[in-house]
Design a protein around this ligand. Sequence first.
Ligand code: GRF
Length: 212
Amino acid sequence: MPDAKSERPQFPRRLAVLISGRGSNLQSIIDTIARGELDATIGLVLSNRPQAPGLARAADAGIETMCLSAADYPCRDDYDRAVAGSLTARNIGIVCLAGFMRLVGQPLLDAFPNRILNIHPSLLPAFPGLGAQRQALEHGVKVTGATVHFVTADLDGGPILLQAAVPVLDDDVEETLAARILVQEHRLYPEAIRMVLDGECTVDGRRVLRRR
Ligand code: GRF
């Protein structure tokens, strides 16, 4: 009988980070690895936008970068197949969406089952989609936060790995709230990646459970 340890999924500790913009979460992952607090390598940073500032962060850190524009592909599935092919060719274990402004389609989901993570600036399932901080202010909630979840075909709807709460202050505007949430994002995402790489959790329906 296999012991509990051997049943843990074995992933290459190689990450791909998919971005569309600023790349501050990418930077926090780079920095956490550099400090020796996350045992992983970033094998590729892939953007769908050539102007994404995060590409320069990756290049500065000596990480391979790639830009694939959706406009160069006849359909969504072809684009996702191209992304999946680029990742599997680099022996990527975990795919981290970090401000990647595209829905992930079935070809990519199938290539990395339960191995694609996303970070979102709210306490999901509240405020999915764009402008989560603005949505929180408009709704008048007193607490919002950040969520790291597995990616499924449902937008921002996959099983939740980790969350952190952030209070909404009376004088908050979108920028101040987003900045405080971002502090939590930068702490949360590397920790969630470590949990998945170390096989510390299992997915049971909608719930992500810690292994004992
Ligand atoms: C973050 O707020 C993340 O939660 C959301 O998009 C933003 C990306 O920011 N998905 P950055 O590019 O990592 O700075």
